[in-house]
Design a protein around this ligand. Structure first.
Ligand code: GLC
Length: 642
């Protein structure tokens, strides 16, 4: 990082206690107005997954962020002009926003084994974020997921730290570039060991030695820090019962001193709530442990009071607060936000044509192709001939919502079939204020939550003239169909709602309040494709029995089946594998489903290799190197054809 120390100390010397405390607070947009940003000197605002302004178009985002930014820059006798930075979860494209290109989730990118591609994806994503006037994304996730029960496995590139460490610097570089107007601030998350909790319980307890922590989970962060990542987000999980959000060894001794991280450390969503029964004590413990910025979605005014009290009574040393503020200012100087024009005046805000562009869609389609992993290809049934008479079936054949997975338009993702479009549609702020427009003789307008892109079916339909869609497969007829493609697997989920919780393990693990799906199912107002936890075992035939039923509707007619599985993690698929001639894993491929057809028909070669071991049983012997390692398909497996 360049030397901004003079500018930092000059500005710090001018700041009042209120201005310093305001700089370390990040409320969620629904709970703070631009007027409050100025009044309380707020340094950052975020959108949680699915928290969108206006009609959720780029211009609505630019308008919103321009108002927040302007408020932060309105200097007067009480307020110093320090530009606000806005944060979003653009973890696989700028996917809160309607029409954004949705890239494959990280688990698929891990199977592509292509670091150059990662940098291109990050660069395209940065452009689509900047085109909405936003400066910061909470990405890349550097989890090394070690247990497929975890609901966030799909946010991890691999169980192997080598792949994650290779990708980390490239993704950071693609996002941050040379800090230009087409770049954004990156955020390595969630520090540390979010993917290493007991039984894969989200926000659970990591019970591993420091030696294993250093071997498996530290290297990706070292790589990201050496590449200049400007922010790090802390994990909501614990290490042997102590919350990472209050862990001085992890946040200060390891991250800031040993790894020499000079940027700022941000908490995760209300993550300090779970430290101590007393909120005031939690605030003190976390700040003193080394937390610099606090994502306090709603009760940020209470937080401000507690910081003030703790400073006044000496529980938090002023030097610590000054250090936190200095780190935030250093990033804002380094990234050039003091010099950038206001959000509405920036290059990509004024010409957002890159947003959802064909060029970006081609990058995502290439990523889909390279992410596909072929587990079975009996009698070399693949690649298929385009003129074959193909029956396309399965719940995931024509559902762009399902193929995008979580953190897409809504926190939990969306269901995008014709029947469900309306139910899962995420109403925008302006729609919430007025009744939904009625069209087609009073019927509610069907809206698509995923605008642009292609479903897997649409991709097949474009190249195979004799293909038909029949979701449940009951129209299968050997006189009419040579082969069937059945698109099966998971439906969207995010975080703890995606956990697979083996019965009996749900309770008894002391991992803090409000941090397990059993205790905190979200309210009705959040569109949920599937309530969590996702299930109790990794058996696909248990999680989604409809898939085997669809496959059998077809095989019992003597028609061979090629399975295409949408999923966020390896699943136990023995029954489905036996019943099908070929089995292709597409992960959560995103909006460009056409990439699947590109490879199914041999226009591009099959090249993906597993970055996660594929389990034979649901027995938690997951990872390459584990004792008793006995996968159905080993790490690195993947059939090919020219
Ligand atoms: C969530 C996630 C984190 C995300 C943050 C903001 O709870 O843990 O990955 O960046 O909140 O939405």
């Amino acid at each position: 990082m360049k030397d901004f120390e003079n500018r930092i100390s000059e500005l710090l010397a001018k700041m009042t206690l209120d201005q310093k405390i305001g700089q370390i607070v990040q409320p969620e947009r629904q709970f703070v107005t631009p007027e409050e940003v100025k009044k309380y000197h707020i340094g950052s605002v975020l959108s949680g997954g699915g928290s969108v302004p206006g009609d959720n178009k780029p211009e609505d985002w630019i308008k919103m962020n321009d108002e927040y930014w302007a408020a932060s820059m309105e200097e007067d006798e009480d307020h110093l002009a320090i530009p606000l930075i806005y944060g979003v979860d653009a973890i696989h494209g700028n996917t809160n926003v309607l029409g954004a290109v949705v890239f494959p989730h990280n688990i698929g990118l891990g199977a592509a084994h292509d670091p150059d591609l990662l940098e291109r994806i990050a660069s395209a994503t940065a452009e689509e974020i900047a085109a909405t006037g936003v400066e910061w994304t909470f990405a890349p996730t550097l989890a090394v997921a070690r247990n497929d029960h975890w609901g966030r496995t799909y946010e991890s590139y691999s169980e192997d730290p080598k792949i994650v460490s290779e990708y980390a610097p490239r993704f950071v570089k693609g996002l941050q570039g040379n800090y230009g107007e087409e770049n954004v601030i990156a955020c390595a998350k969630h520090f540390i060991g979010d993917g290493a909790t007991l039984h894969g319980i989200d926000q659970g307890d990591m019970c591993i030695s420091e030696k294993e922590l250093r071997k498996i989970h530290v290297p990706p962060y070292k790589a990201a820090i050496d590449a200049g990542v400007l922010s790090v987000m802390v994990s909501l999980s614990s290490w042997y019962g102590k919350k990472c959000h209050a862990h001085k060894f992890l946040l200060t001794d390891l991250l800031k001193k040993e790894l020499n991280f000079k940027g700022f450390v941000i908490s995760d969503w209300d993550g300090i709530d779970y430290i101590d029964e007393s909120y005031e004590e939690s605030v003190a413990q976390s700040l003193n442990a080394g937390m610099d910025m606090f994502m306090i979605t709603e009760k940020w005014k209470e937080f401000i009071q507690h910081v003030k009290t703790n400073i006044k009574n000496g529980r938090i040393p002023m030097e610590r607060l000054d250090d936190a503020v200095s780190r935030i200012l250093r990033v804002k100087f380094e990234f050039g936000v003091f010099e950038k024009p206001r959000p509405a005046e920036r290059k990509l805000s004024k010409d957002p044509s890159c947003f959802g562009s064909k060029e970006h869609r081609e990058v995502s389609r290439e990523a889909v192709r390279k992410s596909l992993v072929l587990l079975k290809n009996e009698d070399d049934i693949l690649p298929l001939k385009k003129e074959s008479r193909i029956l396309v079936a399965g719940k995931n054949a024509h559902n762009r919502g399902h193929q995008c997975g979580g953190f897409t338009v809504a926190w939990q993702g969306v269901d995008d079939t014709d029947e469900s479009k309306d139910k899962s549609y995420v109403m925008t702020d302006s729609e919430k204020e007025k009744p939904r427009d009625k069209t087609n003789n009073g019927k509610t307008a069907h809206r698509s939550s995923i605008i642009g892109g292609t479903s897997i079916w649409e991709g097949i339909q474009r190249v195979a003239p004799n293909a038909i869609l029949n979701v449940d497969g009951t129209k299968a007829d050997p006189a009419k169909h040579d082969v069937a493609i059945v698109c099966i697997g998971e439906v969207p989920y995010a975080e703890m709602l995606g956990d697979i919780r083996v019965e009996g393990l749900r309770k008894g693990l002391k991992i803090g309040k409000g941090s397990t799906a059993d205790e905190t199912l979200p309210g009705e107002d959040i569109p949920i494709v599937k309530k969590g936890p996702y299930g109790t075992h990794l058996y696909l035939h248990e999680l989604h029995p409809e898939d085997l039923e669809t496959i059998k509707n077809i095989t019992q007619k003597g028609i061979p089946v090629v399975a295409v599985m949408i999923c966020g993690r390896p699943l136990v698929i023995e029954q489905e594998l036996t019943e099908t001639k070929a089995f292709l894993v597409a992960w959560f491929p995103g909006s460009e489903g056409q990439g699947v057809a590109d490879v199914l028909f041999g226009d591009y070669r099959m090249q993906g290799k597993l970055s996660f071991s594929w389990p034979r049983y649901d027995d938690e012997n997951w990872n390459v190197g584990d004792e008793g390692y006995n996968p159905m398909f080993p790490y690195g497996y993947g059939l090919t054809y020219k």
